[in-house]
Design a protein around this ligand. Structure first.
Ligand code: NAD
Length: 407
């Protein structure tokens, strides 16, 4: 049966229909493994009382082959009706005007929050000394900022017209090279910022997290990034009753409250290396979020183990995804690390409230990595660190994970 959303709450049947998109490149090797792992965790956690009804939707190469379109209208309707979906990576068509399928999906479903949990699994090779101190959930705004795509190339008629409007109509005198500048516009609104920050605060409250940090560059971009910061504090005060306590802004809650604080983005990128334990839930704008998610993912083991979801908490629509791309250099070789996709599946289970199955997957991933029997990307790095590692194929690694779940 279909999952429904009522007043911002998901109503999940015992046999929810979940849409999956296989993806291109390594998508063919990781999506089926993710489904098998989720099915096994659900069976182990709930027996026959719950199961996922998987429904395939086409996108990318497979869709072009079967329908002539890379993102058929039926795929969008299916996700709109079923609410929750998970996708493998999709190749971005190269060429002028070709829109990324990922962006098209996010825009048409208004998936405004890109949610990326970043935590360390014991034994994963990492470039930092104390990766275990990293335990954050990044909420990246997904619809505004320079990613809104409002820009014109150097020398174009449009760029010249915007520059003329700014210099003649708005008294702007600080465009250093007005004859040749390309122009980009960065819209950031209270509506867009507040709905994102609200999601981050709600998440922190529901999951008993200690703090929400607003990461911005408001010292330079006072009205856009500075606005994000100001609207965040304003909303915490007006909607959640945040108050000052010993010089800190805190939302009162039974277990000690959630602190609301902020940090300038460049300082934040230093701090996550120097004192990652100071941060918990992060709310940030689109471009900062892009840099931050990748930097944090690298600290805990990189792209092969970085899950994500794009969510509209108001409508309930959510598309979970492996955060890496189609990895064309290793596609078809059965060596890709399936963990980013599998952990995105676990994040999806958490989203629909099947926490036991999600926790079982997370715990089993730790155990699987601890055996030292891992995919090539991890094995190479583990050996470099002087540790023993046995290289498993993607299929063998997924099978060993399922054996741990079932044991
Ligand atoms: P990529 O993430 O596909 O690959 C970058 C490097 O990381 C490659 O060397 C690859 O082998 C390695 N890698 C990636 N995932 C891995 C995994 N799970 N296990 C082991 N190694 C892994 O980035 P790219 O090469 O820049 O992009 C390839 C295609 O993917 C492009 O068309 C791009 O637009 C698309 N892309 C899609 C998404 C998405 O669907 N969300 C995200 C990023 C890129």
């Amino acid at each position: 049966m279909r999952i429904r959303s009522e007043n911002g709450k998901l109503i999940v049947p015992s046999d929810p229909e979940i849409v999956y998109i296989e993806g291109d490149g390594v998508g063919h090797e990781i999506t089926d493994k993710m489904r098998a792992v989720l099915d096994s965790a659900v069976m182990r956690s709930y027996g026959r009382s719950r199961h996922i009804e998987w429904v395939e939707a086409l996108a990318g190469g497979k869709a072009v082959e079967k329908t002539g379109s890379s993102l058929p209208e039926e795929t969008l309707s299916l996700i709109k009706e079923s609410l929750v979906a998970i996708k493998g990576p999709l190749m971005t068509p190269v060429g002028k005007g070709a829109m990324s399928l990922n962006v098209a999906l996010r825009q048409s479903l208004d998936l405004y929050a890109c949610v990326r949990p970043v935590k360390y699994f014991d034994g994963v090779p990492s470039p930092v000394r104390h990766p275990e101190l990293v335990d954050m959930v990044v909420f990246r705004e997904n619809t505004e900022d320079i990613y809104a795509g409002i820009e014109w190339p150097s020398g174009s008629d449009e760029a010249r017209r915007v520059i003329a409007f700014l210099t003649e109509g708005m008294n702007v005198s600080r465009i250093r090279f007005p004859e040749t500048s390309a122009i980009g516009i960065k819209p950031v609104s209270p509506d867009g910022s507040k709905r994102l920050i609200r999601s981050a605060i709600d998440y922190a409250l529901c999951n008993r997290r200690k703090s929400v940090t607003l990461v911005h560059k408001g010292n330079i971009m006072k009205f856009t990034e500075g606005g994000f910061r100001a609207w965040g504090y304003e909303m915490a005060r007006d909607e959640y009753g945040a108050e000052e306590r010993d010089g800190r802004i805190v939302i009162p809650a039974g277990w000690g409250g959630v602190e609301i604080k902020d940090c300038i983005c460049d300082a934040f990128l230093q701090n996550i290396l120097i004192k990652p334990e100071a941060y918990d839930v992060i709310a940030t704008l689109n471009l900062n979020g892009d840099y931050i998610s990748d930097a944090l993912a690298a600290e805990v083991g990189g792209i092969g183990i970085a899950p994500g979801g794009n969510i509209n908490y108001m409508t309930g629509h959510a598309v979970f995804e492996a955060t890496h791309g189609t990895a064309p250099d290793i596609a078809g070789k059965d060596i890709v690390n399936p963990l980013s996709m599998i952990l995105s599946g676990a994040l999806m289970l958490e989203y629909i409230g099947w926490d036991e199955a999600a926790a079982l997957i997370s715990g089993s991933v730790s155990k699987a990595i601890a055996t030292g029997r891992v995919t090539r990307d991890f094995a190479v790095l583990m050996r470099k660190e002087g540790r023993e590692a046995e290289e498993l194929s993607t299929s063998a690694f997924a099978q060993s994970l399922i054996s741990i779940i079932e044991s």
